[in-house]
Design a binder for this molecule. Structure first.
Ligand code: GLA
Ligand code: GLA
Length: 680
């Protein structure tokens, strides 16, 4: 789908062959007309073949309620088309103009403490406001009517990063829509009372009108109310996405529709696996947060985006050429980072590499955010690196459209468990769901073993090993699925605080880990969270932090792989595994961190016979990733280190990188090689 976007536009040189997309957000309204011509010339020079236009252009396109100004955008679209650059045209609804918020302040979001989020920045709109919806759809209709049939138009970009700043709105509109959502979910107030456990703290409702979003309360708000509000808030944004998409489908049925997700860092408000089917292709934005696992996190996010996209190619809509402007300290990228970061996304299935933004702004909140054309201009190291990357992507055209080759190991990433496991009034407030999954991922990278991030919507049976860290919410049908998975030969690995509650956040009674107790062959009567700084030793020389469990083995088949050597649980099982049918189910009851997991994993993977596919010299220092398509099997080797790594011959044509006479690949610091191998 993505690789054919360009043939739809005729491609930069009129060549309809699939290729990778290269480009950026383009904000010409920030620049005088004279700069536009230079922009298009430089885009060609850099190999740019697609830009996203109009993302924040509402005030310019519609300067007053009944005044429209499309002339400038007509000209931009024409110029880009003449230059062979396709357009991913935004619906421009991300930032309502001042005339609209002045006339209708009731579209502004309200926080849990009752404060209004005023205009002056961006995304100051309530997802549930009927007034906002009406104005937004009118704009979408006007744009789609005007540009239907324009030859530059290759895709629609709905809004921008839906929920980036406005995911939780506690306004009266939100309260009304929340009640409608709850009515659809529960039908009766009694059913809601039972799901929310309102017998507790005198919370019993007798009428829908009494129900509110979880606004600032005197103590811990009802946990199921909080969980449902998270589900509702994600659905409210999804509903807005659908509403814009419906207008676009009506007026331009042949133009694919996307919206940019934010699978990165701590962004958790939008349940993207649940949104993926609403759009024609998945797009993602990703920014590096500097830290010890920063590139593992990049790989993890790209990998998870691929999982959300069902393994199909996806579109990297934004990342940065160098520094951003919104972190406490905004670090510039080092030599090699630009190419390595970009190709790591491609390795995990991105068929497009785009940036925020084309030309670095001279004014506004993002003037210190890097871009493809920096403040220094095109005669700069950065622009030369940008053009070099364009050429590299050109040489990777044969892999456009290829899909990710399933890895033997899957890591289950579940939004419901993410939301529920981190709520308040739990055994510990220190649990970080995403970090838990990332640590398992880093440990697999350290061992040179490929793994796919998957969601509960995926076919889990594709993976011989399924790691489900902190799978906290396990409804009855998921428990059945996981039991069947193990009985049919899969090897499940799960951890503390998994299987504890059902979809209503009610505890499965009879001992933890309730829903998975029988499958795991263990019983836990009480959790043993650890204070910050405390740790326990295990008899396999690993160290646990954060959590311990008081485990009793209940099935004679359950093996104890490691025991606690110190602490309150000393002598008790810490890591267990129960054979189940053709497979097994293992449980890790403490936080071992990347180092501990790297040491434990080979034992956990042994029954499945999973080992690294890399030669010993490259394990740990190189991340292997594989895409597969009509053009072949594409093996990416990404140097995770700042040192040069030699990788003995693996066979295949070298698309990116250099080999010596004996076929040894030399990967410089942070370098990437891509090999094309015949499909077995
Ligand atoms: C987000 C937005 C962009 C820009 C970048 C800056 O991704 O979509 O408009 O603000 O962040 O990093
Ligand atoms: C207080 C309250 C109780 C209960 C406990 C929990 O003592 O009176 O209702 O909430 O705290 O520790």
């Amino acid at each position: 789908m993505i690789s054919t976007l360009l043939s739809r536009a005729g491609g930069a040189d009129g060549d309809p062959a699939p290729r990778l997309v290269y480009g950026a957000d383009y904000n010409p309204e920030q620049w005088p007309r004279a700069v536009w011509e230079e922009d298009v010339r430089l885009m060609r020079e850099a190999g740019v073949n697609l830009v996203s236009v109009g993302i924040f252009s509402w005030a310019r396109l519609q300067p007053a309620e009944d005044t429209w100004d499309f002339a400038w955008l007509d000209e931009v679209m024409d110029l880009l088309h003449e230059g062979g650059v396709g357009v991913d045209l935004a619906t421009a609804t991300a930032s309502p103009p001042p005339w609209l918020t002045t006339a209708h302040p009731e579209i502004l979001p309200v926080t849990a403490t009752g404060e209004t989020l005023w205009p002056g920045a961006r995304q100051h709109w309530r997802p549930t406001s009927p007034v906002f919806r009406r104005y937004a759809l009118r704009l979408v209709r006007a744009l789609a009517t005007r540009y239907a049939g324009h030859p530059a138009l290759v895709a629609w970009h709905v809004n921008n990063e839906l929920g980036c700043h406005n995911v939780y709105d506690y306004s009266d509109d939100a309260a009304r829509a929340f009640r409608d959502w709850l009515r659809a979910r529960y039908s009766t107030v009694d059913a809601l009372n039972s799901a929310w456990g309102t017998a507790f703290w005198s919370q019993r409702y007798t009428d829908w009108e009494q129900i509110l979003p979880p606004r600032l309360a005197a103590s811990h708000p009802n946990p199921t109310q909080q969980l449902d509000f998270k589900r509702f808030s994600s659905d409210a944004l999804k509903d807005h996405l659908r509403a814009e998409r419906e207008v676009l489908r009506e007026l331009t049925p042949d133009i694919p529709v996307t919206t940019n997700f934010m699978v990165m860092g701590g962004t958790r408000g939008m349940n993207y696996p649940d949104w993926a089917d609403e759009i024609d292709f998945v797009s993602n934005d990703h920014y590096v947060h500097p830290g010890p696992q920063d590139r593992d996190e990049l790989s993890f996010s790209a990998n998870l985006t691929s999982g959300i996209s069902g393994g199909r190619p996806w579109f990297l809509m934004e990342h940065s050429t160098s520094a951003v402007n919104w972190q406490p300290v905004n670090v510039a990228k080092r030599p090699g980072d630009l190419v390595r970061d970009s190709l790591l996304h491609v390795a995990h299935g991105a068929d497009a590499v785009c940036f925020f933004q084309w030309r670095q702004s001279a004014a506004g909140a993002e003037k210190y955010h890097s871009a493809m054309v920096p403040h220094a201009g095109a005669d700069s190291e950065l622009f030369r690196a940008v053009a070099g990357l364009g050429a590299t992507l050109e040489s990777l055209a044969p892999l456009a459209g290829s899909e990710r080759e399933p890895a033997r190991v899957g890591i289950l990433y579940d939004w419901e468990s993410w939301w529920a496991s981190e709520q308040d009034s739990h055994p510990t407030s220190l649990l970080d769901y995403r970090q838990e999954a990332l640590d398992w991922y880093s440990a697999l990278l350290a061992l040179g073993i490929r793994a796919d991030l998957v969601t509960t919507r995926a076919d889990l049976h594709r993976h011989q090993v399924l790691i489900a860290p902190v799978l906290h919410v396990v409804p009855a049908d998921l428990a059945k699925t996981l039991t069947r998975y193990a009985e049919q030969g899969g090897h499940l690995i799960t951890t503390y605080f998994s299987g504890v509650v059902d979809e209503h956040d009610h505890v499965w009674l009879g001992g933890y880990p309730g829903a998975l107790r029988d499958l795991l062959g263990i019983h836990i009567e009480e959790f043993g969270p650890l204070l910050p700084g405390d740790s326990v030793e295990l008899d396999d020389a690993t160290t646990g932090t954060l959590w311990t469990d008081r485990i009793t083995v209940t099935d004679s088949g359950t093996e104890v792989l490691a025991r606690y050597r110190t602490g309150e649980q000393s002598g008790r099982p810490a890591v267990t595994r129960r054979p189940a049918g053709g497979g097994s189910a293992a449980y890790v009851s403490t936080r071992l961190g990347v180092e501990g997991l790297t040491s434990l994993l080979p034992r956990l993977l042994e029954p499945a016979g999973v080992e690294s596919e890399l030669p010993a010299e490259a394990r740990g220092s190189v991340e292997p990733v594989v895409r597969r398509g009509a053009g072949g099997r594409f093996l990416f080797l990404v140097n995770r280190t700042d040192d040069t790594v030699q990788v003995p011959g693996l066979g295949g044509d070298v698309l990116v990188g250099a080999t010596g006479a004996d076929g040894t690949l030399t990967l410089g610091p942070r370098a990437v090689a891509v090999l094309r191998q015949p499909v077995a």
